[in-house]
Structures are given as C-alpha cells and as structure tokens.
Unconditional design. Structure first.
Length: 318
C-alpha cells in the first residue's frame, strides 16, 4: 500500500448545538477528576509473567500493546521512542528497526494484522508499517493530507480482521475509520459530553461483534458505536456512579466483558456485558500502578502495560 492524499469531510452535524450546550473547555478539563465514592471490589492478582528488561532492551515508558497470532506481544515505548516485541514463551525480546528519516518518532498506538505491525506516530502524524520480523517498511498514511482545513491529531489505533483501521483524533474529538485501502469510511464525534460526543478520546478498539469501543477519556467513560458511527451505549450508563477517572483504552471479550485501563485511577476495571462494574484489578507487587493499555491473549491472559513500573505484565482473568 502507498501513502497518498485522501479527502474527506469531517462530520460537523450538530456542531453549533455542541458548542452552545457542551461544558466550557478550561484548565479543569485536563485535570484529574475527583475519585468516585463507588465501592469497588478489588482483586490483587499475581502476574503470570512480567517484562521490563531483557538482553540490551529496557522498557522506559510503555504506551500501548498488541498481540500477534503467535502470542507475541508488541509494545509501543515512548522513552526511548520505539517498538519492542516480547515472546512470553521464551522470554526473548527484540527492538524494531527505527523508521527512516523520522527522528521525532513517538508511537502512541500499535496494532497487528497478518504479517504486519502498524503504529501511529503522533509527533509526525503518520501511520507507519513494519513486517513481523521488526524491519521497517513504509509510511502508509499521512494524516496531514486528510483535510486541508483541519489538522488531525492521531493517537489511538486498532485494526480488525478485515483490514479496517480505526484511529482516534484527540484534537477534533472524533474517531476516523478507514477501509482496507485506507480511504476514509466514516468519521464521527465532536466535542461535548452528550451521547456520541467526546472529550479527548485516547483509545479505540474493535469488539468481537464489530462495534467500536472508544475510551472517551475527558468524559471518564467508554462509548460503544456501530461500524457506521452510530452511538449504541455507554459505560457507565448516564447518571450512574463510576470509578473511572481518565480511561485510556478499553477492550471487549468474546463473551461481552469489558476491561479498561485507567492510569489516573491506578486500576484496570472489569465490567459485565450489561455494563455493571464487576471488579478492579491491581498487580500483586509493590509500587504505583498506572496501566496505559491492555490486550487479551487466547489463553485468557490479560496483558497490561504499566508506565509506573515501566513494564509489561500478564494476569489470568479468564
């Protein structure tokens, strides 16, 4: 695939209403939300494995994680900026080749499809590609070319089995979905706190049902959308108490359970298919816990990146 210009019109339906009704964006928006009084049952789980360093690779600031079909984890590390793979079966790791001509490269999201690894370079506003061996391939999408009037700020990333690619745009409070040819299929969302609106959405994932699960970080909630961008439901439901503070990313399992990484709350939360809070999960080890991303392995292991301990670890949840 080659990088080429794309043109699309961002969804602005209801923009005037959103600006009139949405709460003012001020300094408090970026501040941590107060802790909820919601009683949360907490499970302290012993890690099945953890990865901080191996050979000459030491993780500095893990931001995202994905798993390939061999069970190998690929991490987006922001310090130093790079991709790193880790094989839980062997304990081996590998640093990916640095992207050519991108000295300011900073990966914020990572995904795997087939034999390729994709990463969002949020500094240069690019979608980059590597092969599964770690060799850098090419730029497959330049977000600067999407729209001449509005800058896109990519952050979160996921790719489904059919090749559709979803990216969060934190500057415009929206999600953009691309088809297999990297043409824009749909873009949805605008700033606000009503259903379907967003405030600094950081993470996105495709669910096993083909829905889109968006971490609406600034509004301290998750939102589900159809594959065409129609709002379906939120976790927690509107008007209910919530332990979420700044959710970074959520994923859904085959049976409908939802796991959420919230670094400000210092917890991974599990919700039932109906959206009820089940439990909080913390690792059985000393120190702070700031989960930034998660991925579910086929054996029921939940892989979690933790920026506080600068590590990747796994706990058994299924």
């Amino acid at each position: 695939m080659r990088s080429r210009p794309h043109a699309f019109t961002l969804w602005v339906a209801g923009a005037v209403l959103a600006l009139a009704c949405a709460p003012a964006r001020d300094a408090a928006t970026a501040q941590e939300k107060p802790a909820s009084s919601t009683a949360v049952p907490t499970d302290t789980l012993a890690p099945a494995f953890s990865f901080h360093t191996c050979d000459r690779v030491t993780i500095g600031d893990p931001q995202a994680v994905t798993i390939d079909f061999h069970g190998i984890a690929v991490l987006a590390d922001a310090s130093p900026p790079r991709l790193v793979s880790y094989n839980p079966a062997t304990g081996g790791c590998q640093e990916f080749q640095a992207p050519a001509g991108r000295p300011a490269f900073r990966p914020s999201g990572v995904a795997v499809r087939g034999f390729f690894v994709y990463a969002v370079d949020e500094t240069n506003r690019l979608l980059l590609r590597w092969d599964s061996s770690g060799a850098y391939r090419d730029v497959i999408l330049n977000f600067e070319e999407l729209n001449e009037r509005r800058r896109v700020s990519p952050h979160g990333l996921d790719v489904d089995a059919s090749g559709r690619t979803a990216v969060t745009d934190i500057e415009n409070n929206q999600v953009i979905v691309f088809d297999t040819y990297l043409n824009v299929d749909v873009a949805f969302g605008n700033f606000g706190s009503f259903e379907g609106q967003m405030d600094t959405p950081q993470g996105v994932s495709f669910t096993p049902r083909g829905e889109l699960l968006v971490a609406d970080t600034g509004n301290a909630r998750l939102q589900f959308f159809s594959d065409t961008g129609a709002f379906l439901r939120a976790i927690p439901p509107a008007g209910t108490a919530s332990p979420l503070r700044r959710p970074r990313r959520g994923i859904a399992t085959e049976d409908g359970r939802v796991f959420v990484a919230d670094p400000v709350a210092g917890r991974v939360f599990e919700f039932s298919p109906a959206g009820a809070l089940v439990r909080a999960i913390v690792p059985d080890r000393p120190g702070r816990f700031r989960p930034t991303d998660l991925a579910m392995a086929k054996d029921g292991m939940l892989l979690i990146t933790d920026s506080a301990s600068q590590s990747l670890f796994a706990v058994k949840v299924m």
